[in-house]
Design a protein around this ligand. Structure first.
Ligand code: FAD
Ligand code: NAP
Length: 337
């Protein structure tokens, strides 16, 4: 096992936070992981692509950089293909792998940064689709005793940008492999999000296939979202709040233009980006951190910003929205303190 010491994590987190890790270990197999656990090394921090973490300071302990690769077909019928992917596979490469074989089910999730192993953690979602819709099971290693557990879909308790790994199992398991079942035939495309419809229309595509939808998503994302290679960010900083219908109707009296989307019966989803913009934060800059000028949901690091400054800005936004709209917004990004 190779341990590197005092490693800068700047290249390993998309916010580009310049913090150091005491010790850094690349994990490319379950066996290597078990060696680390056997040695009783602590504390352990699991890092995938670093696209959903905010690092607020130097990290004591051991960063385990997940590099478990491999894609294995484990079952195939005329309709479906079940595939196990190493948790260190790059999610977007996995999506491209599926599309190149005409496999449906994850095309709307193209170009989401990060690794396969992190996808179940917040049940990644975009353009009306979440990974849970094709999820079969995952393998995870208990960091305390090295035992392996297979989590079924029910055990993962997926929700909106949520799972058991953000709740009671937080920090307890290293996800090593994830199994998905993708459609070979009879796949129903989900083009319900307005932006996809518009993009397909713009391209003159009337009967889209899986690759057309993925390409539309890639085009939209490239044109709309700030690229972490150019400006540090971790995507949406907050989750969209889901509020009671009565509360929404009250807000609508004051703000007739407030956008809303259906949620569970009696509830309504409000875009957090709209609330942030309405509260006057869109495009603001404080030192080297700020709110993106086109995407109010995305907090950014212009270069020399710190995690603590992002936390302060996020807290100011959260408090202002609570006062102004009586709506509580919650961070989606994992804040490492
Ligand atoms: P990391 O940031 O490395 O880790 C995230 C958390 O998961 C950490 O707490 C970490 O300890 C834990 N973790 C990571 N891997 C493992 C593992 N193998 N076992 C156990 N714990 C682990 N998200 C969406 O849902 N939809 C989007 O459309 C979307 N768009 C984005 C666009 C941009 C530009 C960016 C920067 C981010 C976006 N995200 C989106 C957020 C992010 O890409 C996803 O949450 C992604 O799944 C994070 O993967 P990662 O490998 O980078 O995780
Ligand atoms: P957008 O299309 O400008 O829409 C703003 C918000 O409204 C989105 O967050 C989305 O909620 C919601 N919305 C829009 N159309 C909807 C519909 N037909 N039904 C239900 N909800 C709808 O959003 P965007 O910022 O460009 O992002 C596009 C998609 O990529 C979204 O799904 C978003 O979640 C995802 N994305 C996620 C991240 C991240 O870091 N988590 C970053 C970038 C993009 P939902 O977010 O619930 O879908």
């Amino acid at each position: 096992m190779l341990i590197s010491y005092n490693v800068s994590l700047k290249p390993y987190n998309t916010f580009g936070m310049a913090v150091n890790a005491d010790k850094f270990i690349r994990i490319s197999s379950t066996e290597q992981l078990l060696e680390v656990i056997d040695l009783g090394l602590e504390p352990l921090w699991i890092l995938g692509g670093g696209s959903n973490v905010l690092l607020t300071g130097d990290l004591p302990g051991y960063i385990l950089k997940n590099e478990i690769r491999g894609i294995t077909i484990i079952h195939e019928t005329d309709e479906e293909l079940t595939v196990e992917a190493g948790a260190g596979e790059i999610w977007h490469e996995f999506v491209l792998w599926a599309i190149s074989r005409g496999l449906g089910g994850i095309e709307n999730l193209a170009l989401i940064p990060g690794t396969v192993g992190a996808a179940p953690i917040q049940n990644i979602g975009a353009y009306g689709l979440e990974q849970e819709s094709v999820f079969t099971c995952l393998k995870a290693i208990n960091l305390k005793d090295g035992s392996e557990k297979i989590f079924s879909r029910e055990e993962c308790r997926f929700g909106y940008r949520n799972s058991v790994f953000k709740q009671e199992c937080k920090g307890r398991y290293f996800i090593t492999y994830v199994t998905y079942t993708l459609r070979k035939n009879g796949h129903t495309l989900n083009t319900s999000y307005g932006a996809i419809v518009e993009k397909l229309h713009e391209k003159g595509i009337q009967n889209p296939d899986i690759a057309d939808v993925a390409e539309a998503v890639i085009d939209i994302r490239r044109s709309k979202l700030p690229d972490p290679a150019e400006i540090g960010n971790a995507g949406s900083f907050f989750k969209n709040p889901v509020i009671k219908e009565g509360h929404y109707l009250q807000l609508k009296k004051d703000y007739p233009e407030i956008p809303s989307y259906p949620a569970d019966a009696g509830f309504v989803k409000i875009p957090a980006g709209w609330l942030i913009e309405k509260a006057g934060f869109k495009g603001i800059r404080r030192g080297d951190v700020g709110v993106h000028k086109n995407q109010a949901l995305v907090l950014v690091n212009y270069g020399a910003g710190t995690g603590k400054e992002i936390v302060e800005l996020a807290e100011d936004i959260r408090e202002t929205i609570l006062q102004k709209f009586k709506v509580s917004i919650e961070a989606e990004v994992n804040i490492w303190k």
